[in-house]
Design a protein around this ligand. Structure first.
Ligand code: FES
Length: 106
């Protein structure tokens, strides 16, 4: 289990244990974190799992692949630290990873 912190757009924090191997999107769905929809189930085909990665974590998680980069174009209010959470596989070395949800996913 790896502790992941999700912070809603309104500032509400959720610190939860996500099993290694699940994606950050799947972790959010498991704990019913508001603000992450994951409509396509993790196929990188909907962009409704958009999150902002907290400072200092972008370099520590696996880099984005082209499919994710293309799909991210469809997300709302994309920033430098935007990622699709279904493409972030949770690993042991991600203890404390912090992800913020955008104002909306659609
Ligand atoms: Fe659809 Fe991530 S869940 S792109």
């Amino acid at each position: 289990m790896t502790k992941i912190k999700y912070i809603e757009f309104n500032g509400t924090e959720h610190l939860v244990d996500v099993p290694k191997g699940l994606s950050a999107m799947e972790g959010a769905i498991r704990y019913t974190i508001p603000g992450i929809a994951g409509d396509c189930g993790g196929a990188c085909a909907c962009a409704t799992c958009h999150v902002y990665v907290e400072d200092g974590w972008m370099e520590k998680i696996p880099p984005m692949e082209e499919l994710e980069r293309d799909m991210l174009d469809f997300a709302f209010d994309v920033k430098e630290n935007s990622r699709l959470s279904c493409q972030i596989k949770i690993d042991d070395d991600m203890e404390g990873l912090t992800l913020r949800t955008p104002a909306r996913q659609y």
